[in-house]
Design a protein around this ligand. Structure first.
Ligand code: SAH
Length: 403
């Protein structure tokens, strides 16, 4: 690609004042910030972003179908967006996680989109299997180059694509899944984390197959589970259940609405050699199940509450906040005095302060009082780029429940 050299790039001119977020190095240009487009950029093409007075600001990928009409590739005026540029970005992302790459059977996020300055690109690694998720027009336009860069950096890896997230629709991109390099895995891919073994279904699992982002919370639970009765709500395939047991939990109850997820949760305990006949799996709606437990007066030493994303858009903020409050209230009722609630929200639109207020209100309604012992956060393979606060989405509170 030498088009940047041979002919001028299309230009996107911003409305007056709308250059400010770019000057602070925020990488998104919203549709409403654009005054005019010069040239005829295609979907995913590289465009120059300029202020209303013509001042050069950035090179970005154009995405006419999306509310986020362009995503910045670079704020460096001399840069050219081409294969070499992208390969350097991929290598930088991998270098950021060099310590995690040394574990041959490890799992970690290799590329976290905007936070790794590769907008719209997610790459997760499960042992020698990579999973690629392309979520924006620019990454889609350069998909082959990005795959080539991954192959160059990790020549032994297989690559499977899971570009089936609903946000692709907002970019006007169709869903696409399937093997890209090497065959599709014959079955689940096994990874190890701190000695625990997990099977990852990269073809059908949530996200790219596993909640890699909860690494720190798993470590916390593993270190604090010894001798405890643990309730794992929204268990999915039971990753928290496994680390509770390998950490020495005395009892384990896991709740999820999905029968398949609970079967996988059961298999995971056996795989780790920690299954016991007393393990309890409860299929049902967590709101109802917890209410029933509370009515029955059942309580646990540690309750893990890791719900799905309740807030997908600003319009859902109030309703989602109510959902978090309701579920935390019934979960708090299930914590023994002196016990601990590990409560999470992966809704990026819910600010940590508001989440803490919601949990405080839930405790008030439940007639319980507590103190925050620790705050948990997405693992370090999901870094937060300072000018892009949207990359911080997962937060957790460890609340010691007194009385
Ligand atoms: N804690 C898990 C991830 C949870 S994902 C982990 O660390 O791997 C959210 C889970 O909540 C999914 O498994 C989904 O099946 C389940 N779920 C969604 N809505 C639910 C509901 N109302 N009641 C019970 N489970 C629900």
């Amino acid at each position: 690609m030498t088009d940047a050299v041979s002919r001028p790039l299309p230009r996107v001119l911003l409305a007056p004042g709308r250059e400010r977020s770019l000057e602070r190095r925020h990488p998104w240009i919203f549709k409403g910030a654009i005054r005019s487009v010069e040239g005829e950029p295609g979907v995913g093409d590289t465009v120059e972003i300029r202020a209303h007075d013509g001042r050069w600001l950035a090179l970005a990928a154009y995405s006419p179908a999306s509310q986020i009409a362009a995503r910045v590739w670079t704020f460096e005026r001399d840069a050219t967006v081409d294969e070499a540029f992208l390969e350097a970005r991929v290598r930088a992302a991998l270098a950021r996680r060099a310590d995690l790459l040394t574990e041959p059977d490890g799992g970690c996020r290799l590329i976290f989109g905007e936070a790794d300055e590769l907008p719209g690109l997610i790459v997760d690694r499960y042992a020698d299997q990579l999973v690629l998720q392309v979520l924006a027009a620019g990454a889609e336009r350069w998909r082959d180059a990005l795959v080539a860069a991954l192959q160059a950096a990790l020549p032994d890896a297989r690559i499977y694509e899971r570009s089936d997230a609903s946000v692709r629709g907002k970019e006007g991109l169709p869903q696409r899944t399937g093997p890209v390099v090497g065959d599709a895995p014959a079955g689940p891919v096994e990874i190890q984390e701190d000695g625990a073994r997990f099977q990852v279904d990269v073809e059908r699992g949530h996200k790219t197959g596993f909640y890699l982002d909860q690494r720190d919370a798993r470590a916390w639970l593993s270190a604090h589970a010894s001798g405890k009765d643990v309730l794992n709500v929204f268990a999915y395939t039971g990753a928290f259940g496994v680390v509770a047991r390998t950490g020495g939990a005395a009892g384990l109850t896991q709740v999820d609405s999905s029968a398949d997820a609970l079967e996988a949760a059961e298999r995971h305990l056996a795989l780790n050699g920690v299954a016991t006949p007393e393990d309890e799996l409860v299929r049902g709606d967590a709101f109802e199940v917890l209410r029933r437990f509370a009515e029955e007066g059942r309580q646990w030493d540690v309750v893990v509450l890791d719900p799905p994303k309740f807030i997908e858009s600003k319009a859902q903020l109030q309703r989602g906040a109510r959902g978090y409050k309701d579920i935390n209230r019934v979960a708090l009722a299930c914590v023994r005095p002196g016990g601990t609630l590990l409560t999470f929200s992966c809704s990026g639109l819910l600010e940590p302060d508001l989440f803490q207020k919601i949990v405080a209100d839930a405790a008030l309604d439940a007639g319980r009082t507590g103190r925050i012992r620790a705050r948990l956060f997405q693992g370090r393979d999901h870094p937060v780029l300072l000018p892009f606060p949207e990359s911080a989405y997962l937060k957790g509170l460890v609340v010691r429940v007194e009385g």
